[in-house]
Design a protein around this ligand. Structure first.
Ligand SMILES: CC(C)(COP(=O)(O)OP(=O)(O)OC[C@H]1O[C@@H](n2cnc3c(N)ncnc32)[C@H](O)[C@@H]1OP(=O)(O)O)[C@@H](O)C(=O)NCCC(=O)NCCS
Length: 265
């Protein structure tokens, strides 16, 4: 047993899914007190099936937070590249909130990733609680994402080591068939969107070509459908989970279905 005033973080098991789901639902539903339009949470937050899958998912590290005999919260970590860690989710049971547990959980989880260069996460713009919380823990807002239809998300980063992160690339170093690309640059221009038919399904798709430039080079950035509204000419963006393809003898950067576009501040 863990002493009542001690907090530990350890790998969750499928047998923990029910209690983790219950706590997760209660924690996120309480967001209606801190700016949420109503009860709700991220996809699957109230589903035992989703949480069981996440515990088994080899690409995620799902931790339970234990105090005394109780599970009092959870933390889901992931990685988007070497040393580029993401806090996918953190929640603390409402009965245990505001006792320093969330802060302690971050310290304990960070201890498990000695080679991390940085941690990132995003959180809804309306959330009055996560802003002071993440800032207290040492995160700095560096941008905004617009991938959700309902609201924008604040995008936070905490640098663990100084220097250029090993998971990130400069545009001048990109090469054909590169995947899981993380790159930053300025959007120099965006052409008007065109409508094209998908070669596979015949479906009508919108595509807009832009140019992304950093201090080393420029590359064509291809934006599809909903990605087009997320990017403004003249802004600086970071792309996570991008890919590079050669097209008509030139390298092009795409964002991909699981990719993320961050508008930097
Ligand atoms: C966000 C969350 C994880 C914080 O956990 P917690 O254990 O209550 O946080 P802590 O007690 O460690 O708080 C540390 C600091 O965060 C800030 N903070 C936490 N809750 C706050 C609140 N309700 N209002 C204002 N600031 C708050 C404070 O600066 C606090 O320090 P202080 O108590 O000395 O003033 C918890 O509120 C939660 O589970 N929320 C619902 C789920 C969620 O939104 N998760 C994050 C999105 S993925």
């Amino acid at each position: 047993m863990v002493a009542r005033n001690e907090i530990i973080v350890c790998g969750a098991e499928v047998a923990d899914a029910e209690i983790l789901t219950e706590k997760c639902k209660r924690a996120f539903d309480s967001d209606s007190d801190v700016g949420a339009p109503g009860p709700g949470g991220p996809p699957g937050y109230d589903s035992m099936e989703w949480n069981s899958h996440a515990i088994k998912n080899a690409y995620l590290q799902y931790y339970k937070v234990v105090s005394g005999n109780d599970i009092v919260g959870g933390f889901i970590a992931g990685d988007r590249g070497p040393g580029y860690q993401v806090c996918e989710r953190i929640w603390i049971d409402p009965n245990h909130m505001r006792k320093g547990i969330g802060q302690k959980v971050f310290e304990l989880v960070w201890g498990q990733y000695p080679s991390a260069d940085l941690w990132v996460l995003d959180t809804p713009e309306w959330n009055l609680r996560t802003k002071p919380f993440y800032e207290k823990v040492g995160f700095v807002q560096i941008g905004t994402t617009h991938h959700l239809p309902q609201w924008s998300q604040r995008y936070y980063e905490k640098r663990i080591s100084a220097g250029f992160p090993k998971a990130m690339s400069k545009i001048g170093n990109l090469h054909n068939d590169q995947k899981l690309v993380i790159v930053e640059g300025r959007v120099d221009r965006i052409a008007s969107p065109r409508t094209v038919s998908s070669r596979k399904t015949g479906e009508q798709l919108k595509v807009a070509e832009a140019v992304l430039t950093d201090d080393t080079s420029s590359i064509g950035l291809v934006l599809w459908n909903d990605q087009i509204r997320q990017v403004e000419e003249g802004s600086r963006i970071r792309i996570e989970n991008g890919y590079v393809k050669e097209f008509r003898d030139e390298l092009q950067l795409g964002v991909g279905e699981w990719g993320l576009i961050i508008t930097l501040l």
